[in-house]
Design a protein around this ligand. Structure first.
Ligand code: BES
Ligand code: ZN
Ligand code: ZN
Length: 465
């Protein structure tokens, strides 16, 4: 599907946004009214003989534009049109591109036969191409990086396991001119990453630590480390998940997939920021050599951890990767992305990313980027009382809290234990357990991986001064 920015409309079907207040003034009001169209947000109505798709919109906010374009694109595809056009301005281009690329996304790799859409050409008519061109190109790069993340989240654990995750990262590095270093189990052992290794011990796949680097041509304004939880499958381990909760746990690698999407976007946008990506790619399985509740693990930092639940494995991988990342790179910002807790979904609902950390300023900045890029994010505050719940009778810290409430925050506080003093204000933790995956469409998201955080972080990095 080609998307082109053009001066004037020329296609089989033209999309028109109509709000309820202006419906009566529309030239085709009578026909639209007869068809039962009341311009409600996200509803559509074809006027085939006029070559128009009328789309209801509440107001011209970017959120509503992105959402209605997502509905429009699905409707146009289903109606077998070959070309369509939208009118855009510089201000609405990003939302329209997101609606088209993200709302029109589908993942059909595992279907034996799929009806291929005939929609080949989409035109965005803007009146003056040169004024909108750069906004358009940036929006396309970010939306496509989001789809790249979705694609890998959607891969099944047979196809995407730690070694194939590393291969995929190598290919991205080759295609985008990034540096790439992969640590296998031998190297992880040398690095004393016994906590990460314990989680992957019962898997038939070797654990991998993936490190990609993007260095800009010009002097970097800032250095940023992005750490991703890459659990290619989370069965829960010996603390086995109930059958229904295990389904979808291929998505437990979404943090790792998101940071790959981010470095792809940044390298294609050619931003003047040095970006490091670190992914702990591990499979959490069970077997005779599985790690156990009651084990005490010695992490890379030397801190000992009592394992009380093998399903709280993400933090056991991240604590070693965060420690490694801090020693490898002196970063101005260090962000981690993880489908870490079901509790985050309980706290915020499944659409919102939970943001945790010490710097109010930094949290405020990323929330602004979330809003500007059409993502939902909210902060979850740390406190000293929740921190105490991680005390262990036998080791330095327990991998789960002693009380069941505030699980997203206690998971964040566990990670905090591994953030060095000088990095406390540079670090943020993003819990994407809810936002990274969906079983039903919402906004511009469709079934499966959503690519959550890619747009938010791309926007944050674009705004670094
Ligand atoms: N990967 C899960 C968290 C998760 C749950 C992500 C649902 C997406 C959807 C994580 O490893 C996990 O199992 N966490 C436990 C922690 C608990 C044992 C303290 C949880 O959330 O139940
Ligand atoms: Zn788990
Ligand atoms: Zn997990």
């Amino acid at each position: 599907m080609n998307i082109d920015l053009v001066n004037e409309i020329n296609s089989d079907i033209t999309v028109e946004f109509i709000d309820a207040k202006n419906l009566k003034k529309h030239k085709q009001y009578k026909t639209l009214n007869l068809a039962g169209f009341s311009a409600e947000q996200d509803t559509t109505c074809f006027l085939h003989e006029k070559g128009i798709l009328a789309c209801g919109i509440e107001d011209d906010s970017n959120d509503n534009i992105r959402s209605v374009v997502s509905s429009a694109i699905k409707t146009i595809k289903a109606a077998n049109y070959k070309s369509a056009s939208f009118t855009v301005t510089k201000d609405t281009t990003q939302a329209v591109v997101e609606g088209i690329v993200l709302g029109g996304y589908s993942y059909d790799v595992y279907k034996s036969s799929t009806k291929k859409s005939k929609l080949n050409n989409i035109y965005l008519a803007c009146g003056n191409v040169s004024k909108v061109q750069s906004t358009f190109e940036e929006a396309i790069i970010i939306a496509e990086a989001t789809c790249f993340t979705r694609d890998i989240v959607n891969m099944i654990p047979e196809d995407l396991n730690p070694p194939t995750f590393a291969d995929l990262a190598k290919k991205l590095a080759y295609d985008n001119g990034l540096e790439c270093e992969i640590l296998g189990e031998k190297e992880l052992r040398k690095e004393k990453m016994e906590s990460m290794l314990a989680v992957g011990r019962a898997s038939r796949h070797d654990s991998k630590l993936i490190h990609l680097t993007y260095k800009p041509k010009k002097k970097a304004k800032k250095v940023i480390s992005l750490v991703g939880k890459g659990l290619t499958y989370d069965s829960g381990g010996l603390s086995l998940k109930p059958a229904a909760s295990m389904v979808t746990m291929k998505m437990d690698k979404a943090g790792g997939c998101a940071v790959l999407g981010m470095i792809k976007a940044v390298s294609e946008l050619k931003l003047d920021v040095e970006v490091h990506v670190f992914i702990g790619a591990v499979e959490n399985m069970l077997g005779g050599d599985a790690y156990k509740p009651d084990d005490v693990l010695v992490t890379r930092s030397g801190t000992t951890v009592e394992v009380r639940n093998t399903d709280a494995e993400g933090r056991l991988v991240l604590c070693d990767v965060l420690d490694y990342a801090q020693d490898k790179v002196k970063a101005d910002y260090m962000f981690d992305f993880a489908t870490l807790t079901g509790a985050c979904m309980v706290a915020l609902g499944q659409y919102t990313t939970g943001v945790m950390g010490h710097s109010s300023k930094l949290k405020h900045e990323v929330l602004r980027s979330a809003t500007a890029s059409g993502e939902l994010a909210a902060t979850l505050p740390f406190n000293k009382h929740l921190k105490k719940l991680l005390k262990s009778g036998i080791a330095d810290i327990s991998n789960v809290a002693s009380k069941p409430y505030g699980g997203a925050v206690t998971a964040g506080l566990f990670l905090d234990k591994f953030i060095k003093e000088e990095n406390k204000d540079k670090w943020l933790h993003f819990d994407i357990a809810g936002s990274a995956y969906t079983d039903s469409p919402w906004d511009c998201n469709v079934y499966g991986g959503t690519g959550a955080s890619v747009r938010m972080l791309s926007n944050f990095i674009q705004n670094i001064k």
